[in-house]
Ligand binder design. Sequence first.
Ligand SMILES: Nc1nc2c(c(=O)[nH]1)N[C@H]1C(S)=C(S)[C@@H](COP(=O)(O)OP(=O)(O)OC[C@H]3O[C@@H](n4cnc5c(=O)[nH]c(N)nc54)[C@H](O)[C@@H]3O)O[C@H]1N2
Ligand SMILES: Nc1nc2c(c(=O)[nH]1)N[C@H]1C(S)=C(S)[C@@H](COP(=O)(O)OP(=O)(O)OC[C@H]3O[C@@H](n4cnc5c(=O)[nH]c(N)nc54)[C@H](O)[C@@H]3O)O[C@H]1N2
Ligand code: SF4
Ligand SMILES: [Mo]
Length: 885
Amino acid sequence: MSTETRTTCPYCGVGCGVIARVEDDGAVSVRGDPDHPANFGKLCSKGSALAETIGLEGRLLQPEMDGKPTSWDAAIARVAERFSTVIAEHGPDAVAFYVSGQLLTEDYYVANKLMKGFIGSANIDTNSRLCMASSVAGHRRAFGADTVPGTYEDLELADLVVLVGSNMAWCHPVLFQRIAAAKAARPGMTVVVIDPRRTATSDIADLHLSIHADGDVALFNGLLAHLARTGAVDENYIGAHTQGFAQALAAADLSMADLITATGLPALQIRQFFELFARTEKVVTCYSQGVNQSSVGTDKVNAIINCHLATGRIGRPGMGPFSLTGQPNAMGGREVGGLANMLAAHMAIENAEHRERVQRFWSAPRMAEKPGMKAVEMFEAVADGRIKALWIMSTNPVVSMPDADQVKAALTACPFVVVSDIERTTDTTRFAHVLLPATGWGEKSGTVTNSERRISRQRPFLPSPGEARPDWWQLQAVAQRMGFAKAFAYDSAADIFAEHAALSAFENDGERDFDIGAHADIGAEAYSELTPFQWPQRQGQLAFDRRFFADGGFFHGDGRARFVPTPSAVPQRTEADFPLVLNTGRIRDHWHTMTRTGKSARLSAHIGEPFCEIHPLDAKARGINDADLVEIAASGGGRVTVRALLTERQRRGAVFVAMHWTEETASPARINALVSPCTDPVSGQPALKHGAVSVKRAAPAAYAFAVSHQKPQPQGASYRALAKTEAGYRIELAFAQPIEDWEAWARQSLGIGTEATASGAMDRHGKRTRLAFFAGDRLVGALFVSPSPVEVSRAWIVSQLGQPQLDPVERHALLAGRPALDRPDPGALVCACFNIGANQIAGAVRAGCCSVEAVGKAVSAGTNCGSCRPEIRRIVESLQVLAAE
Ligand SMILES: Nc1nc2c(c(=O)[nH]1)N[C@H]1C(S)=C(S)[C@@H](COP(=O)(O)OP(=O)(O)OC[C@H]3O[C@@H](n4cnc5c(=O)[nH]c(N)nc54)[C@H](O)[C@@H]3O)O[C@H]1N2
Ligand SMILES: Nc1nc2c(c(=O)[nH]1)N[C@H]1C(S)=C(S)[C@@H](COP(=O)(O)OP(=O)(O)OC[C@H]3O[C@@H](n4cnc5c(=O)[nH]c(N)nc54)[C@H](O)[C@@H]3O)O[C@H]1N2
Ligand code: SF4
Ligand SMILES: [Mo]
């Protein structure tokens, strides 16, 4: 008998419903939940591969103190004692929690309650500071509350969808596919993408504006002025529901020449965009990290919202500004007030009445009276000793924070660091004095809120492994030991949810947007069966408006929205010695610091190595060729090495590097070591997309590529990048000094051992070495060394690992690094669901398939999750162009 459990994907903010099926023998498979209103059965490549990431290899299964296993009792006692002592000696602001939008709402609620009501400090901040803080600040400035007015359906109903600083095709793939499907069904629908890079998302764009870094405020200011000039504004809406239009407009007036300078866009494109926006009533503007992660992020948010308020296009079907949240529970974290400058249930920490209300509700002994430290400031305070005890939960700041080497230094200096994680070894767990094993996805129970305010259950379908415990349980155990047993006596996540729901409704007669009072009396059974719902859901009011603000009703005291004047000046990014803008972000198949997606061979096959997208002309000027290794440096010091990827999709003057690689997976490639801690003055969000760097060609003595059964521990490499494969590992390497004896090196560094036999080939000067190792007739390792980037068919070599290699032709082909002529080489992975490579897709196109659909029919690629469809389209188009030439 198999069992099926309805739960929610733990990755992005789309919040897709997942059905997890566990067979008798324990085998797990997942599929999309056809009844979930976020995805109606679809999943992207990451969601589809969830079952591959839940193995126990690498998991943290027991508490540890000072690197040694210990009991929960001892670990909890130590944490409680150290926190209590620091608070007694140095006051509550000498301790801090740094938490995450990947916690469940229930975990988050307990963390926030303990810090703000019982420890008496607001020093709890979250990785959402790096993610959503500018949107939160922009919403609060404009609406008086952190309200996302619209729903996903609006993206399908719109006649114009504007995507600003969002690579939705890779980062919110199922939502992207909903837009793509709507556009296919209704070709009149127009999509505009505003992004310095031409990304996979631009592939459905009718207009792509390759904007200068941070040119967005000027562009939307220009738009506001254009709307006013051409009579496209809604005077009635402005008059009845807003304040400050004249001031915002006065700050927005720019000449076309200024606009061109600020945005780097041609006048024609600017006009095209303005006219399109002006004449289309149903517009949704979606924005994500290209907007938020900027030193002017909050102004970007308000410049966008200003245009929607001015036209009254908000809160009606197919209209509105729409902040796309990144993490699965970014929204839930905001609802419990998990940011240092919020309180709980969308109440404000600066507001004495709100503080008093929450204190009464919690019976809290010691309320925080002022906002706490925001992430960047928090780690500075850890570094200089103001914070003496820190608890990090469900985030990996040594990789994800800006100025990441300083974060490392801060953790080294901190007298007491607690880390709760599911993995034993991350770049951050290394610094823990106490390490607490958390239950992960599939094991833990609670709720998450997606980008459209929809609350869904995450349900367990696996037993808790080892001694792992839920994050809320860990926080509660420490709270009890600190003397707060009465207020922290929850038996289950359901108890916590009920309290959270009750607080949202407490003395809330419509004054606060977040109200789920209808669930305040929820019991264990109803919680277990809770189906996805959108807030608000006030008590006694089951039918509710699904959108906010169509008829005003903003949350400022006078019920009016505020226009916010936003200065157009574009911050100077580059310096003479660091002339390139460093843009950073995500790739399709990896999640952040890869502690989970890195376990899947399929997800690691799409892009197996850190890379730097650079325009071919910028590369040429620096003597950089495709696939060279390059060194990137920043003025603050620090240096990383990554692979050059020459592409015209990248703007000149800027480079793009993904954020995912860690000390664990590649070195030196932790890009945040180069990103300065410069923040937005309103939101405190770091400008993670706009560093200043120099790029030069690295000149290693040797490049190498290897595969092996065992996990490689490479000796003497100046660069390494490791990825999982079906049968073992693949690794890219470079060496500053050549190695004398490659065979001995391989046996040691690739874990091959002495019993395997080697066969090899070397060129005349001994510079190109190729070695293959066999245990019996099976390939257990291979090494390719070259003075220039290694040119072999990686996908094919990876596929040979563990396979018998009997006949001499096969062995010869292996050493040549290419399949024999009669054997297919799949090429780099494109479709992760069916394991289809670029060469196979190109083969289908050459055989006559001239559309993504035709390729799908021929080789199945792109027909399951669809995340690779933009890449397939690119291959189809590039080959069709070649055919036409
Ligand atoms: N595959 C995958 N999906 C994810 C995640 C993941 O790790 N992997 N993480 C999730 C999380 S937490 C988040 S926050 C979201 C992020 O989702 P997105 O924000 O869509 O992703 P990013 O790649 O960070 O950045 C988006 C784009 O901003 C552009 N950009 C940079 N500077 C500017 C600028 O000045 N103006 C404009 N207009 N654009 C600019 C970049 O070129 C980039 O293409 O993704 C979520 N989904
Ligand atoms: N340069 C650059 N830097 C960035 C960004 C960027 O675009 N560019 N984006 C920023 C953004 S938007 C974000 S959201 C952050 C993300 O950055 P992080 O939050 O640091 O990244 P994750 O890899 O998601 O870290 C989650 C950690 O929690 C662990 N974990 C997983 N599940 C659980 C659980 O249930 N309980 C506990 N206790 N632990 C768990 C994982 O093993 C992992 O170590 O990165 C930010 N940093
Ligand atoms: S779009 Fe993909 S990563 Fe995001 S929630 Fe859905 S399945 Fe998960
Ligand atoms: Mo994020």
